[in-house]
Design a protein around this ligand. Structure first.
Ligand code: GAR
Length: 189
């Protein structure tokens, strides 16, 4: 059973979907740790409610990315984490963690990469006028949403689409796709 850490900066609906999938037996994994860089994030409450330990930090309390990633790494080792799942973690992973976890870091992004990388992918898609967008799960490398693509699912943008209606569609897809894709990955690795 893969021992994972989930990294999140926000509400954590994807964190919750992964927790639920583990509890229902749909995902064969053990969630050892939440890593969160926002002390007020709702995901911390979700972790508490599920009895999952959390490492919460503020980047500005450290002198460099290397310093906070070294602190994260110590926690990952302490909890025996083998694999990192980014779920709404709004920071680029630096060389410290990339060197330690290499091909064992994945991310979910709310667009059909390579379209609309970076922040506000949903707003970018709406602005651009595309009729199809979607969700991508990919391995993480040093770039911004540039790692090898593992899985994608598309979403049609309707005529009267708003940012919140599109956000809702994205979340609905993500909450099914992420646990399913992780389970396939863990079964084959
Ligand atoms: C998700 O939609 C995820 O795809 C996105 O943040 C949201 C987090 O929602 N990630 C990115 O934009 C990464 N570039 P959640 O906190 O409810 O899981």
């Amino acid at each position: 059973m893969k021992r994972i850490a989930i990294f999140s900066s926000g509400s954590g609906s994807n964190f919750q979907a992964i927790v639920d999938a583990v509890q229902s037996g749909e995902l064969d994994a053990s969630i050892k740790l939440l890593v969160c860089d926002q002390p007020d994030a709702f995901v911390i409450e979700r972790a508490k409610a599920s009895g999952i330990p959390a490492f919460v930090f503020r980047a500005k309390d450290f002198e460099s990315k290397d310093a906070f990633e070294t602190a994260i790494h110590e926690e990952l080792v302490l909890h025996g984490v083998e694999f990192i799942v980014l779920a709404g973690y709004m920071r680029l992973i630096g060389s410290t963690l990339l060197e330690k976890y290499a091909t064992n870091i994945v991310n979910i992004h709310p667009s059909l990469l390579p379209a609309f990388p970076g922040k506000d992918a949903i707003g970018q898609a709406l602005q651009s006028g595309v009729k199809i967008t979607g969700v991508t799960i990919h391995y993480v490398d040093a770039g911004m949403d540039t790692g090898p693509i593992i899985e994608q699912e598309c979403i049609r943008i309707t005529k009267d689409e708003t940012k919140s209606s599109l956000q809702e569609k994205v979340h609905r897809i993500e909450h099914g796709l992420y646990p399913r894709t992780l389970n396939t990955l863990f079964q084959t690795s």
